[in-house]
Design a protein around this ligand. Structure first.
Ligand code: SAM
Length: 351
């Protein structure tokens, strides 16, 4: 066992801070035993806060129309091959009804940036869900808006907002997005959301083209400034109809190390073991929980649209019904010795 590696893990756990040199060491060095030491430390911290409970969020992908053209994403507006769809308010509500019956207490409404869904439409949907399911939380993940729009969603009853910052480094951001998009604005959105009162999630893809270890350290520094309530990370996976189609997939090993580091840096943060992690590795989500993650997001979208919300190739669970996804994930959670929580699963500071 490498004492240098172990000492950094101990220090990280005790101080909730990490220097760039220590970060590079943990990300790039260490053998199997060292990694197990890292993951055990992350699990210990996670267990202290979350008591071996995993929070399930029912994910409703309600539109794959998008006005943006992010180079990595399968639903970018330039992808003419994407088969576009929108769910109606009734369809979204029916997903929530099914979701509550199978035990979900959070609904995550995700979409591309679809101008059809005006603020009024989003607020109507949020209000209708909260009326029908007052004990459930609503998370929105619908992209960059103005602060005024975010405030309207909050006033309509939305509880949480996910907006991955994608990369904190402007130069790297410009290699992943067209000129019309700005990393600075995306970061500003996150600060606005926090100020309004949302539980806020940022995050990155691991292994996007041109990403350096220095970039990831900058992401950590940004997260330390933002102090998000949720952090969504998963490997980048290429999509065949995007400019990044021939780029290599992000590393599962690096994603797991990063999950553990994030758990040690942010003990109370809500940290999903993502679908992308489960796509890159059949046991990726279990490995994620065992590296300190505490959230899973089973798909609640109607099965006839699931194979259309394709951000990347090979996405898992596209042929399943909500109940199957739910049963499958509950099985995965219990097989690794964890339980599924009954609560809404808010960030500990919001309970
Ligand atoms: N439009 C909203 C937004 O921009 O936040 C939500 C939908 S967006 C498709 C959700 C997330 O999917 C992005 O933040 C990105 O990190 C992730 N994503 C997109 N393409 C991906 C890919 N090829 N591999 C892995 N994750 C991807």
């Amino acid at each position: 066992m490498d004492n240098g590696f172990k000492n950094i893990v101990d220090e990280l756990k005790n101080t909730q801070s990490i220097t760039k040199e220590q970060f590079v060491y943990i990300l790039e060095r260490g053998d199997k035993d060292d990694l197990e030491y890292l993951y055990a430390a992350a699990r210990e911290v996670s267990e202290k806060v979350f008591h071996k409970e995993v929070y399930l969020r029912g994910l409703i992908e309600f539109s794959n129309y998008c006005k943006n053209d992010c180079y990595y994403c399968g639903i970018r507006c330039s992808n003419r091959k994407a088969d576009r769809y929108r769910l109606t308010e009734e369809e979204i509500l029916s997903c929530c009804d099914i979701g509550e019956k199978i035990g979900f207490k959070t609904f995550v409404l995700q979409s591309g940036e679809d101008p059809y869904f005006t603020d009024d439409r989003i607020c109507d949907i949020v209000r209708a869900i909260k009326k029908a399911h007052p004990d459930c939380a609503v998370t929105l993940s619908i992209g960059e808006k103005t602060k005024e729009s975010y405030k309207k969603y909050y006033d309509a009853g939305a509880d949480r907002y996910l907006l991955r910052h994608e990369t904190a480094n402007e130069e790297h951001y410009s290699k992943l997005h067209p000129e019309s998009m700005s990393g600075a604005y995306r970061k500003q959105c996150l600060f606005d959301l926090k100020e309004i009162g949302f539980q806020v999630g940022c995050g990155i893809m691991v292994g996007t083209p041109h990403q350096t270890v220095d970039n990831i350290y900058e992401d950590i520094v940004f997260m330390q400034e933002l102090q998000p309530h949720m952090i969504g990370i998963g490997p980048f996976i290429p999509h065949q109809d995007t400019p990044f189609k021939d780029e290599p997939e992000g590393s599962v090993d690096r994603t797991l190390r990063l999950l553990a580091i994030l758990r040690l840096l942010f003990p109370k943060v809500l940290l999903p073991a993502t679908t992308a992690l489960g796509t890159a590795d059949a046991l990726g989500r279990e490995k994620g929980i065992l590296a300190g993650a505490n959230v899973m997001m089973p798909n609640l979208s109607p099965s006839n649209v699931r194979d259309k919300y394709l951000l990347y190739d090979g996405k898992i669970c596209t042929g399943e019904e909500a109940a199957e996804c739910n049963a499958c994930l509950r099985g995965r959670v219990s097989r690794i010795g964890f339980t599924v929580a009954d609560s809404r699963g808010d960030h500990p500071d919001f309970v």
